[in-house]
Design a protein around this ligand. Structure first.
Ligand SMILES: *[C@@H]1O[C@H](CO)[C@@H](O)[C@H](O)[C@H]1NC(C)=O
Ligand SMILES: *[C@@H]1O[C@H](CO)[C@@H](O)[C@H](O)[C@H]1NC(C)=O
Ligand SMILES: *[C@@H]1O[C@H](CO)[C@@H](O)[C@H](O)[C@H]1NC(C)=O
Ligand SMILES: *[C@@H]1O[C@H](CO)[C@@H](O)[C@H](O)[C@H]1NC(C)=O
Ligand SMILES: *[C@@H]1O[C@H](CO)[C@@H](O)[C@H](O)[C@H]1NC(C)=O
Ligand SMILES: *[C@@H]1O[C@H](CO)[C@@H](O)[C@H](O)[C@H]1NC(C)=O
Ligand SMILES: *[C@@H]1O[C@H](CO)[C@@H](O)[C@H](O)[C@H]1NC(C)=O
Ligand SMILES: *[C@@H]1O[C@H](CO)[C@@H](O)[C@H](O)[C@H]1NC(C)=O
Ligand SMILES: *[C@@H]1O[C@H](CO)[C@@H](O)[C@H](O)[C@H]1NC(C)=O
Length: 448
């Protein structure tokens, strides 16, 4: 009797398992988690050769216990899902998590085999822990990650990190980039750790992360594929780059002319195209700068051949072209002169202290402060009046003691300091020009 009772209980339990889980570990190819019991059911399989989907009615916090291997783990548009974790899962082929407004944590710290991961539209995600990162593919799109440091294995086909609005740091602790790595439109990204990368056989593209100020390819020796970087960084270095067989394209709105000039001096084979001080809306064909031609002249009359862009054949220039340039320079000079006149006049009338170019696009003219000392006799006393005129605004006027005078000097000094960034940018436009002269802009240089 007791034996029968025991058998009965075992049978009931088995039936319950079947009803609750309805899962055949060996034969099923897919399973959808709809309840806490389903989570337990999948935990009774050690290996599940199929895909596990997290469904609408699954618990908010899911911990996989006991199971070690599944093919695909998927959760798509599940409102309440908050966390996924496991301390037993070792192998998952694909992870797809999309449109999960409350998912905050993915912790699969025991995972050592993972092929691909796709994380999309996860506005609450904070933490992701993977024993080892994905081997072939990773996509991180529109998430709230602040850091991506779980790409431990060099992804072999595609890494796409796009439009993550909180992202601060990305680490690629790899020696070789074999894949196509794309990072676009991560507006707050300010740190990219690629110091260990020695070879780029695939591609590395960085764009739309203007907070990144420093890009240090400390170990990069070989570019066989393509490196394409644009941004607002002022410090980029590839100190050991010696073999460029692919394409290197770098542009920054900041002054990276030292780096660009360094590439020319290194006489690298392969294509490189490096531009400093690139303006945001600048067309891809660079315009020659003010030393050869005005950067932005008033609309040329039809017989002025100023539209031409290629300055590499300067010595063969037709006489007509030379006359055209001289005429244009004259016109520009008049423009600048008239511009300065109106500018200064408006400054004398006006009140604003900022410095703006008089005619947009013309070389910026920075006025020197004017200091006038007038000594007059007033009611029998000698009065010394110092007038300092900076940008048409009078800074100081009146009778000065020694202390006042010092104050006024300091005043002028600080205004000058304030202008330094714009002065520097003027001179760095010059260095950009110099750089462009050394190469023809349309065909990439390959120095002999
Ligand atoms: C799995 O399916 C095969 C055929 O589809 C069947 O022969 C086998 O008995 C099933 N195994 C189990 C444990 O249900
Ligand atoms: C797992 O499933 C795939 C097809 O879904 C099949 O080709 C493969 O043989 C299965 N592997 C095992 C170990 O059952
Ligand atoms: C993320 O990790 C941090 C640090 O380990 C922890 O303080 C925080 O609670 C975690 N957040 C979630 C949602 O697990
Ligand atoms: C992930 O889980 C492991 C093991 O449970 C734990 O030690 C670790 O702190 C967790 N990490 C995060 C970020 O929650
Ligand atoms: C990004 O995610 C947010 C919140 O999940 C969503 O509202 C938005 O439509 C997503 N953006 C795109 C481009 O998919
Ligand atoms: C990278 O992209 C290029 C162009 O789309 C493609 O030809 C190449 O196969 C890709 N490389 C890898 C490793 O997927
Ligand atoms: C990266 O992912 C985004 C969003 O899915 C997609 O629009 C874009 O085309 C992808 N870029 C590459 C290079 O795969
Ligand atoms: C480099 O990136 C820029 C900006 O994303 C793009 O316009 C250009 O086509 C890329 N160049 C190559 C050769 O892929
Ligand atoms: C550029 O970065 C390197 C490496 O971090 C640093 O040593 C150097 O001082 C930086 N240079 C400038 C001009 O910021």
């Amino acid at each position: 009797m007791e034996f029968d009772g025991l058998l009965f209980i075992v049978l009931v339990v088995q039936v319950l398992i079947r009803v609750a889980g309805a899962l055949d570990c060996k034969n099923d190819t897919s399973f959808t988690i709809k309840s806490a019991e389903d989570v337990s059911a999948i935990g009774r399989c050690t290996f599940f050769n199929g895909s596990v989907a997290i469904g609408e009615d699954a618990p908010k916090d899911i911990e996989f216990k006991g199971i070690r291997s599944i093919r695909t783990l998927e959760a798509i548009s599940i409102g309440k899902l908050r966390s996924i974790s496991s301390r037993t899962l070792e192998s998952v082929d694909n992870i797809i998590l999309t449109g999960l407004p409350n998912l905050a944590s993915l912790n699969l710290s025991t995972l050592s085999i993972l092929d691909s991961i796709r994380l999309e539209n996860l506005p609450s995600i904070e933490n992701c822990s993977l024993g080892l990162g994905p081997r072939t593919e990773a996509a991180v799109f529109n998430t709230s990650f602040q850091r991506i440091e779980w790409l431990k294995w060099p992804v072999t086909t595609t890494l796409n990190i796009t439009e993550n609005s909180n992202l601060g740091t990305v680490s690629l602790p790899w020696e070789t980039i074999n894949s196509n790595v794309t990072m676009k439109g991560n507006p707050t990204l300010d740190e990219i750790n690629i110091v260990t990368v020695e070879n780029v056989f695939g591609s590395f593209t960085l764009e739309g992360s203007d907070e990144v100020k420093e890009i240090v390819f400390k170990s990069l020796e070989t570019i066989d594929g393509e490196v394409n970087i644009s941004g607002a960084f002022n410090n980029i270095s590839m100190p050991v780059l010696k073999d460029l067989k692919g394409v290197l394209k770098v542009r920054s709105s900041e002054d990276i002319s030292n780096f660009c000039n360094g590439l020319v001096e290194d006489r690298l084979k392969g294509q490189f195209d490096c531009k400093a001080n690139v303006q945001k809306e600048e067309p891809s064909v660079p315009t020659p700068g003010p030393s050869e031609e005005p950067n932005n002249v008033p609309p040329p009359s039809p017989d002025e051949p100023l539209g031409q862009q290629d300055q590499s054949e300067g010595s063969d220039m037709a006489l007509g072209a030379k006359i055209g340039i001289i005429l244009a320079s004259l016109v520009l000079a008049i423009f600048v002169f008239v511009g300065i006149f109106f500018f200064v006049r408006s400054r004398i009338r006006g009140k604003v202290m900022e410095i703006v170019p008089t005619v947009p696009g013309t070389p910026m003219v920075v006025p020197k402060p004017e200091k006038t000392v007038v000594i007059t006799r007033l009611e029998g006393r000698t009065v010394r009046v110092v007038k300092i005129n900076l940008n048409g605004q009078e800074i100081k006027e009146g009778e000065l003691g020694e202390a006042d005078k010092a104050d006024s000097q300091a005043n002028v000094g600080s205004k000058e300091m304030g202008r330094e960034p714009s002065l520097r940018s003027v001179s760095s436009i010059g260095s950009d020009v110099k750089m462009l002269e050394t190469r023809s802009p349309t065909c990439p240089v390959s120095p002999v």
